[in-house]
Ligand binder design. Sequence first.
Ligand code: ZN
Length: 203
Amino acid sequence: MKIICVGRNYVEHIEELNNNKPDSPVLFLKPETSLIHKKQPFFIPSFSNEIHHEIEIIVQINRLGKSIATQYSHKYYDKIGLGIDFTARDLQLKLKNKGMPWEKSKAFDGSALIGSWVNKNEIDDLDNIDFYLKKNEKIVQRGNTSNMLWKIDELVSEISNFFTLKIGDVIFTGTPAGVGKVNENDILVGFLNKKECFSIKIK
Ligand code: ZN
């Protein structure tokens, strides 16, 4: 499987990192080795002093697809969830400033957390999902899919023009504002429409 991530999909997050609003979705990939296995903690890697949490709505692909028209996108996924795109922000800034690819800061081992899944048909409105992240019991990030620049169906279509989507692939749909640093012993807990989807310790 592969993980396709979307960058800059929420205006307030674009502003907090002083980025420009893109004309089309910013896409990047994480390999299968970036996955955090069930019940494992997140280990702060030695190459970064500034790991950020990015909570994101995630989508699981259940059908092979290429060049999917937006109107048919909904047939290609059946599960919605919540994940964290862990980012080595210090390293990413260095790479961005040099015009180099982000992979080392975004796709490293353990950089992708995938929480428990919810069946798509259990969610009333995919364009109005509320989600938030608690760090040590305090809400630090909150988002709603109504604020996405590109909605889930548009993302599935756009991504499939570049990368054939296969069963089991996961899309990270971008983070809302409120990204911030994690420290040793932090506990991160994610909620989707008030339902807890993951809990992870930072080590
Ligand atoms: Zn992200």
